[in-house]
Write a protein that binds this ligand. Structure first.
Ligand SMILES: C[S@@+](CC[C@H](N)C(=O)[O-])C[C@H]1O[C@@H](n2cnc3c(N)ncnc32)[C@H](O)[C@@H]1O
Length: 199
């Protein structure tokens, strides 16, 4: 499994990690983590959580992955092909403001993504998904229609989903990720959050 710290890529042997991660109250996976700011903020605020950021793109991760925190790890991987080393370890999944093939997989209910997340999830694992208007418009739909499609795909996969929650510019401003801040001050500061349980 390829991990990154600063500009250095490291192959990490995950054997033995199951025991180590078992000592944390929550193991959170942030999929499509971008520059990893959300992961770093949570890892600093919650030393009793282990926080993992995954992204297909390594260039944006150099700054935040450098922070010397024992409870934080960044992995370079495609969301549709998560490392098997993570299987059964994750208690919470966050996907914040996805775009590109990550968003496309949510819109089509891609089994490679949804089954992959089910495999990495522990029993009673929860999720938070935050979708923004601009990304869904670029994907050829609207915020409301795209969120409803994704809501239905997730329900069809057997996950439990609560009622959608709207995020306005003020909610985006206070959300600790780089993309949320950009959206808050951009042309379309609207998002919809879906949350619930994977299993
Ligand atoms: C708009 S950015 C959001 C970044 C971050 N979550 C935030 O809130 O600041 C979307 C991210 O999804 C990542 N992404 C898109 N498709 C992906 C895929 N198939 N696998 C992993 N990451 C993906 C992109 O590389 C990008 O970093």
């Amino acid at each position: 499994m390829e991990t990154i710290r600063g500009k250095k890529s490291l192959e990490v042997d995950f054997s033995g990690w199951k025991d180590r991660l078992g000592t944390y109250n929550r193991v959170l996976l942030d999929l499509g983590t971008g520059d990893g700011r959300y992961v770093r903020t949570l890892a600093e605020a919650h030393p009793d959580w282990f926080v993992i950021g995954v992204d297909a793109c390594r260039e944006n991760l150099h700054e935040h992955s450098r922070a010397k925190l024992q409870n934080m790890l960044f992995i370079i991987a495609e969301a549709q092909d998560l490392p098997c080393e993570l299987h059964g370890l994750v208690s919470h999944v966050a996907i914040n403001f996805p775009w590109g093939s990550l968003l496309e997989s949510l819109l089509t209910g891609d089994p490679a993504l949804l089954h992959g997340l089910e495999s990495v999830a522990r029993a009673a694992a929860s999720f938070d998904l935050r979708l923004n208007g601009g990304a869904l418009t670029e994907a050829g739909t609207t915020l409301e229609a795209g969120a409803e499609l994704i809501h239905n795909n997730i329900l069809r996969a057997g996950w439990q989903v609560k009622a959608p929650v709207t995020m306005n510019a003020s909610a985006l401003r206070s959300f600790p990720s780089t993309w949320a801040k950009r959206l808050a001050f951009g042309r379309d500061p609207r998002a919809i959050a879906l949350n619930g349980y994977i299993k």
